[in-house]
Every structure is written in structure tokens, then in C-alpha cells.
Design a protein around this ligand. Structure first.
Ligand code: SMN
Ligand code: MG
Length: 369
């Protein structure tokens, strides 16, 4: 077999360290699909032969997810050991090797995590913030608060919504999908009434509804001052989502379940959503995001992020149709330098790479054994 290429001055893949942790959440997140009290994350340290360490992490949804992603990622790195740090070339090779198991779900997340770590390593080696490598400028990115506002009583939701405006945030997201439309409306009205004018309120059903229910609840919600209707029905029912997007004047938001830029293209071709919010760990990492951002621009669709705000901020700053950053504070528990929201924005610092670094003591405390 031919020796892997060794571009002068370039980086080469050496090994990967995967650390599963479970971090506590300040606000319990009751969604219509599951109640999230602690967040399992997989922390990734990609070592290069040149000594640069690229970092990334993914939200793994479940403890078993963190372990499965780690196993897949370790195998992927074995397959490209010694190769030049070239994310698109590596993604092409690994995609072929993983096609038989299928590049979806945890396999997609493993390959996305590797891609993110490779890009971080390149930005670290270049000595620039990641967004600069992608053609963006380090800047403040407008954020909405997505911590909390799970399923709860209307009074508790209104109190929590108010608390979530900390740091000058100008938008919050509410989870819906109560047993009845009347309950959804009651909570929405209680939260809306507590939020100052000009503060946006997004709502998220996490795919809870049938088409008929979504049309009924959407029609009721669209006159309640809601900014978007997220995943009202199964994310992959493109015809159903297109019908909802056509029938309502409330914008439909989809994206956290897009598996790669090709899935986003299909959704936009079908007219399934007015807004898009890919998840960097499912869209294919930094490489997949940039491709998806081109699709969003071609369709004139505003693009937001899903979770993992550290890398997403860099990506949004290089996204032509940049809309909102989804802010969660989950990595505060393990980050060496947690990012603070100021004036409603996540500000990209001038440190090279994504700025991700772990606090070793905190990681030890939350490590999953
Ligand atoms: C969500 C999904 C999974 C975990 C937490 C939150 C939600 C979102 O759909 O859009 O933030
Ligand atoms: Mg969502």
C-alpha cells in the first residue's frame, strides 16, 4: 500500500482520546420525547503526529450513545492513522468504509465529531479562530436560550422564561406537546405574557403531533406571537411538513435530524420548512455544515444551529443566511473557560481553533465509568 501523503508543514492523524461524561443541567428539560436531567457528552481529543490536539464534543443523547459513538470513532481513526489532516478527503474515505453499516445515527455522529476535531486542529495549527478558516470573522452571534422551558406548569414556565433572559438574551425556546391544545395554549400565553415585547418565543414539539393535530395546534399558535414552530410532526414526513408550512403563516423550523447536507437539500426541495437548523453532529461536522450553508443560501432559507454552541458559533459566523445560535450552558461543567453570554450574544473570542478546552478535574468528576 502507498504511504499516506506528507505535505510539508501539514498535520497527520495520530490517535484519538474519547471521554464520555454526564454533566448536570441547571434546568431540567422535559421534552415531549424524553426528560433530560443530565447531558451525556462525548469529549474528543484528536492527537496529531505534530503535537497539535484538535478538540470536539458531541451531545450523545444517552449514556449508551456516548459509548457507541466512542467505539465507532476509535475505529474510524484507526482507518486514517498517519493520513494528512484533510477533513473532506478523510470524510470521503470513511464514508465509503462505513457505508455498509450506514452513515446515520451514531455512525454519523462519530464521523462528524472526527471532522470537527480535524478542523479544530487545522485552525489551531494556523493560529486563527475556526471561523476565519471558513471565511467568517470572529464576531458576536445572536443567541436564544434553550436551557429549560421543558414541559411544566404555566406559572413555572413563565418564571423560568424570565430567568432565561439573563445575559440580555432576546429569545427563548419553549417545549410543547402537552396532552391537549388547550394546555399548549395556556403555557404559551403565560410565557408570552411574561416576556417583554421584542423578545422572540420559539416553540418545539419534538415530532409529537400527527399532521391533523399539527395543523390544528399550529393555527391556534400562529396568532400568539410565536417566532417558529419546530418539528411539529415526524421530521422525515416531508410531504406532511410541506403541507403544514404551506397552510400556516407561522414559519416551520426543521433541521436537528437532518442526516447530512443531502437530507437538508431534500427537505428544502420538498418545501418542508421555512427555516433550517442543522445539528453539526448530524449534518457531517464542519465540512457538512459548510455544504448545508450553501444549500440554505441557494434556497434563501435562514439557518440556525442545534446545541453544541461552541463550534456552531464559528459556523454561523461563516453562514451567509445566519439566523440564531441555540444557546445551552451544558459544557460549563467541564470547560476550562465557560463562555458567558453578553448583550444577548455568544461572542467568538480571538483564541485559535474553536476555543474548546477541558478542565481535567471537572472531567474526572463527571466521567462515565
Ligand atoms: C432538544 C433535543 C434534544 C435534546 C435537547 C433539546 C430540542 C432542541 O429539540 O431543539 O433543542
Ligand atoms: Mg428541537
Amino acid at each position: 500500500m502507498a504511504e499516506p501523503s506528507r505535505a510539508r508543514g501539514g498535520l497527520h492523524v495520530r490517535s484519538v482520546g474519547c471521554t464520555p461524561v454526564e454533566v448536570p443541567l441547571r434546568y431540567v428539560l422535559g421534552t415531549s420525547a424524553a426528560t433530560v436531567k443530565a447531558a451525556p457528552l462525548l469529549l474528543v481529543d484528536l492527537l496529531t503526529e505534530e503535537g497539535v490536539v484538535g478538540r470536539a464534543y458531541v451531545f450523545a443523547y444517552r449514556r449508551s450513545g456516548a459509548k457507541a459513538i466512542a467505539a465507532l470513532l476509535e475505529e474510524a481513526v484507526d482507518l486514517v492513522r498517519g493520513e494528512a489532516v484533510a477533513p473532506i478527503a478523510i470524510a470521503g474515505k470513511l464514508r465509503r468504509r462505513f457505508d455498509l453499516i450506514g452513515v446515520t445515527g451514531v455512525a454519523r455522529m462519530a464521523l462528524s465529531a472526527l471532522d470537527m476535531a480535524l478542523w479544530d486542529a487545522m485552525a489551531l495549527a494556523a493560529g486563527v479562530p475556526l471561523t476565519c478558516l471558513l471565511g467568517g470573522t470572529p464576531r458576536a452571534v445572536r443567541a436564544y436560550n434553550s436551557c429549560g422551558l421543558g414541559l411544566m406548569t404555566p406559572e413555572a414556565a413563565a418564571d423560568e422564561a424570565q430567568a432565561l433572559l439573563e445575559g440580555g438574551l432576546q429569545a427563548v425556546k419553549l417545549r410543547l406537546g402537552y396532552p391537549t391544545l388547550a394546555q399548549d395554549l395556556e403555557v404559551t400565553r403565560a410565557v408570552r405574557a411574561r416576556l417583554p415585547d421584542g423578545v422572540d418565543l420559539m416553540v418545539d414539539y419534538n415530532q409529537a403531533l400527527s399532521r391533523v393535530e399539527a395543523l390544528e395546534r399550529g393555527r391556534a399558535l400562529q396568532d400568539e406571537g410565536v417566532a417558529w414552530l419546530e418539528e411539529p410532526i415526524r421530521h422525515d414526513d416531508l410531504a406532511g411538513n410541506a403541507q403544514i408550512a404551506r397552510d400556516l403563516h407561522l414559519p416551520v423550523q426543521l433541521g436537528e435530524n437532518f442526516n447530512g447536507p443531502e437530507a437538508m437539500l431534500q427537505a428544502l426541495q420538498a418545501g418542508a420548512c421555512d427555516l433550517a437548523m442543522p445539528d453539526v453532529a448530524r449534518i457531517g461536522g464542519v465540512s457538512g455544515w459548510i455544504q448545508a450553508a450553501g444549500v440554505a443560501q441557494a434556497y434563501g432559507i435562514p439557518m440556525s444551529s442545534h446545541l453544541m454552541p461552541e463550534v456552531s458559533a464559528h459556523l454561523l459566523a461563516a453562514t451567509p443566511t445566519c439566523h440564531w445560535l441555540e444557546y445551552v450552558d451544558w459544557t460549563d461543567a467541564v470547560a476550562a473557560e465557560p463562555v458567558k453570554i453578553r448583550d444577548g450574544c455568544w461572542t467568538i473570542g480571538d483564541q485559535p481553533g474553536t476555543g474548546l478546552a477541558w478542565d481535567a478535574d471537572k472531567v474526572k468528576r463527571y466521567r462515565i465509568q
